[in-house]
Design a protein around this ligand. Structure first.
Ligand code: GRF
Length: 206
């Protein structure tokens, strides 16, 4: 079973999808901690409702991003109980870059979901940017995180067709529906140790 820490900044609907997949028995994992870069994130309520410990940092805490990440690492490791250590950090709408303290503590063990087909439309507005560009096909990417936004090795992608009658809102809905299925699936592949990051920087799935 995988032990996860889920990092959020907002609504936490992807966190909810992960928790639902665990409850449904299709994801062999537990969420040991939810970290939020925003103390007002609704996702924190979801964590509390599920009985999961939380750590919320404020904007002021991130004034020094290295110190903020060192604090997160300490919280992730400070468990002190007999529970297994965190296997993966799962960024789900986490609007902060992970930096050296986290990357060094969890090498190749931090993953992110992005609402476009990377490397197209990286950044904070992937869905809106793809929609206004006028692409006919966009999608969702799950990738390893590194020190650059949306740049790590790609684990999985799923396409979403932009229909002629799609609005930004309807496209957002389609993208999120794909996210809620794809992210738990990728986590289950990690649980089954079927995802290998090769030296070439490519990811192989067995
Ligand atoms: C998702 O679309 C995710 O791809 C992006 O931020 C959004 C998070 O939504 N990185 P939520 O907080 O999981 O509802």
């Amino acid at each position: 079973m995988l032990t996860l820490a889920v990092f959020i900044s907002g609504g936490g609907t992807n966190l909810q999808a992960i928790l639902n997949a665990i409850d449904a028995g299709v994801l062999d994992a537990r969420v040991a901690l939810v970290v939020s870069s925003n103390p007002d994130a609704y996702g924190l309520e979801r964590a509390k409702a599920a009985g999961i410990p939380t750590l919320a940092l404020s904007k002021e805490d991130y004034a020094d991003p290295q110190a903020a990440d060192a604090r997160i690492v300490a919280a992730l490791k400070s468990d002190g109980s007999a529970e297994p250590a965190i296997d993966y950090i799962v960024m789900a709408g986490y609007m902060r870059k992970v930096c050296e303290p986290l990357l060094a503590a969890y090498p190749n063990r931090i993953i992110n979901i992005h609402p476009s087909l990377l490397p197209s439309f990286a950044g904070a507005h992937g869905i809106a940017d793809a929609f206004s560009y006028g692409v006919k096909l966009t999608g969702v990417t799950v990738h390893f995180a590194n020190e650059d936004y949306d740049k790590g090795a790609i684990i999985a992608q799923q396409s979403v067709v932009v229909a002629e009658d799609d609005t930004l809102e309807s496209l957002e809905e389609k993208i999120h529906e794909v996210e809620y299925v794809l992210y738990p699936q990728v986590l289950q592949l990690l649980a089954e140790e079927r995802i290998i990051l090769a030296d070439t920087g490519r990811v192989d799935i067995y």
